[in-house]
Write a protein that binds this ligand. Structure first.
Ligand SMILES: NCc1[nH]cc(CCC(=O)O)c1CC(=O)O
Length: 332
């Protein structure tokens, strides 16, 4: 920095290489790398800066370490000015956005579905009762149990390679993980079944990235906004509004999927609609509730909240309170 001529953020954007903070895992650096490449392609020099977070060096369940652990240190680096941009897996962000930071872009989202990685190429319906299936996310555990297949759900943590290794070694018969993570690290080949939303609703904002920067830098916000994908943003806004209205965190047994779909009006005109589906499940799989709505993408937030209120009317709160009481380990 030139101490004699301190520059306004506006001019800084124009002449410096943007520093993009990321966790050091293969998944995180790959994700952040797509943002770096998109910025460079748009004429904005950018580079990655690896930030080691507590979540990367601790092996305990996420609920014990604290929700948002993967996010907090990246945000500290942003606020300290050590980096200009942070790239997060959107589903790892708490629902409350800090006032001094903004999600300036939601790039085109990956397929949000969960994926089954099973031994011998098996799909879910082929796993015999008693099969050991790894996942620590209450949302996945509850929805798997609700399928009534008699599966033995086992805790699962670690990076993607560690998780895949448990199937390869035979320790587990299968695992359920986000398809997007496998896609980003080039391991779609490991998937034996992509789980349809009728069986398994993904975590709110799964497969989407949040490109975050300080709220006090309008020039940088404008640059990052070039990477924003309107349909992906509308979907994520609806899903996270649903989660927020349920007053649930990223470890709650809540699933949601919103999609922009084409519709045709009475005069034959094609227009975009936003379809929103959500579920809340009891952790023991004894019950799960679903609700849905369709409306304008411009009303994504209201749509998400409306689906959440319907879930609440159907008893979601009572279900999730029971879920809270059971046990702590989770990792969605
Ligand atoms: N908290 C774990 C996490 N956070 C983001 C991803 C990758 C998928 C995504 O970007 O949504 C994963 C792994 C998983 O859920 O299997």
């Amino acid at each position: 920095m030139n101490a004699a001529a301190p520059s306004a953020p506006e001019t800084e954007v124009a002449r410096t290489t943007l520093r993009i903070g990321t966790r050091g895992s293969l998944l995180a650096t790959t994700q952040a790398g797509t943002v770096r490449d998109a910025l460079i392609a748009a004429g904005h020099p950018a580079e990655l800066v690896i930030i080691t977070t507590k979540g990367d060096v601790t092996a305990g369940p996420v609920q014990r370490i604290g929700v948002g652990v993967f996010v907090a240190e990246l945000r500290e680096a942003l606020l300290a000015g050590d980096v200009d941009v942070a790239v997060h897996s959107y589903k790892d962000l708490p629902t409350v956005q800090p006032a001094d930071l903004v999600v300036a872009a939601v790039p085109p989202r990956e397929d949000p579905r969960d994926a089954l990685v099973a031994r011998d190429g098996l799909v879910l319906g082929e796993l015999p009762p008693g099969s050991k299936v790894g996942t620590s996310a209450p949302r996945r555990r509850a929805q798997l149990r609700a399928l009534g297949l008699g599966l033995d759900i086992q805790p699962l943590r670690g990076n993607i390679d560690t998780r895949l290794g448990k199937v390869e070694s035979g320790e587990l018969d299968a695992i359920v993980i986000a398809r997007a993570g496998l896609s980003r690290i080039g391991r779609l080949d490991a998937i034996t079944e992509s789980l349809e939303p009728v069986q398994m609703l993904p975590a709110p904002s799964q497969g989407a990235l949040a490109v975050e920067c300080r709220a006090d830098n309008p020039a940088l916000i404008a640059v990052l906004a070039e990477l924003d994908d309107a349909a992906s943003r509308a979907a994520v806004v609806a899903e996270r509004a649903l989660l927020a209205e349920l007053e649930a965190g990223c470890t709650a047994p809540v699933g949601a999927i919103a999609e922009v779909v084409e519709s045709i009006d009475d005069d034959g005109r094609v227009f975009d609609e936003l379809s929103v589906r959500g579920c809340a499940a009891a952790l023991d799989g004894s019950d799960s509730i679903r609700a849905s709505a369709v409306g304008s993408p411009a009303h994504a937030e209201e749509l998400g909240r409306a689906v959440a209120r319907e879930l609440l009317d159907l008893g979601a709160r009572e279900l999730m309170v029971a879920a809270d009481a059971e046990d702590g380990s989770s990792d969605d």
